[in-house]
Design a protein around this ligand. Sequence first.
Ligand code: ATP
Ligand code: MG
Length: 421
Amino acid sequence: MEKLQPVRGTHDILPDEHEQRRFITNQIADLASCYGYNEIATPIFEFTEVFQRTLGDTSDIVSKEMYTFEDRSGESITLRPENTAGVARALISNGLTQSLPLKFFYSGPMFRYERPQKGRLRQFHQVGVELLGVQETLGDIEIISLGAESLSKLGLLEKTRLEVNSLGDKESRLNYREALVGYLSQHSKSLSEDSLRRLSSNPMRILDSKEDSDKEILRNAPNISEFLNEESASFFAKVCAGLDKLGIVFEINQQLVRGLDYYCHTAFEFVTDELGSQGTVLAGGRYNDLVEMMGGVPTSGIGWAAGIERLASLTHFTSKKQRPISVIPIGDNALEKMLPIISSLRKSGFTIDLGFRGNLSKRMKRANLLNSCYAIIIGDDEIAKSLAVFRNLDTGDQHEVLLNQLHAELTRLLPNSGIKN
Ligand code: ATP
Ligand code: MG
């Protein structure tokens, strides 16, 4: 092994970064809970079929991004590239279709074999919500509102814009697809290689192309809105009206398509200009056919997922952690005396760091490094008097405190620390 590095496109989440992610996840989980969405966790791998049958053979994910392998018994297994299919599978496996509508929140790692770059990883993390069994536009409106509120809670709503579109029902999509292929075929010579390939397999995905040459051609492409049948058009109009009523600002982007087969009707993305070309932070849509595609009873669904890495890189975060208190016993007697006291202070919820070794000056250095607020120093002289020296590390002031008064003193000085009963 030449250089011991994590696998390309993955990385270690060190404690400071982890605290920020935990904060983001909790903020959204708490909000989702107010909306009645309860947390679900599905396995991070599933039978390959779960994704293959539902996301579509021509989707980017299935055609080139899945981590698929045979396990020791020869089963084809795939690390989940997204969580919607897993949630739909769980709905069926657990017989939950009896108790619809259901609302779920999830968070966790997803895996896609993509070209790693800023904002694009091979193991990344998402939080998301799924609303199952609601076919009314009220569902679309609630889900989008929950997305907007989540970003707002993190202070990110102003940094994004909401784009919505309708992919219509199957009939509308087939009609549109035909018109789009007709138009694009006339320009096939100027299409990028990727788009040319998609022309026969997944033409609507071409609308998503980032290539300038494709974008130029797409400017005059037919718009999906002209192909929505009456039912689809009125569904979309109701969603838009509902968003207006809630004061949720959005723009219609006719070229917004979701790359997966199971999407229909409402598609939406919250996009930022602050992250270069990987600007989508939260994206979702309606998937009325997914559960049926998997062999369950027809169950409509709508949901979204947000990339934690992208949310984190937009958020300025300051640690919410308690500053530690460094306990510094000098000598074995002091250590012995302090161990049960430390244990009891920790049980009360104070953050106590015990330097394990070194002389006073080494341990004071560590206390400063940890940004400790106080040092409690105790040597043989102090033990004899059953007290400790209590030093404020910001001011350098120090005073003596009786050992049996330590708890009370810490509670007085740090009223917001410790466990409140
Ligand atoms: P794109 O068109 O950029 O590939 P996508 O349609 O594949 O996006 P979704 O499947 O909708 O993305 O995923 C939802 C969110 O998850 C994205 O908006 C993004 O924030 C995040 N995400 C997706 N793929 C990655 C990745 N490889 N690395 C980091 N975050 C990602
Ligand atoms: Mg992708």
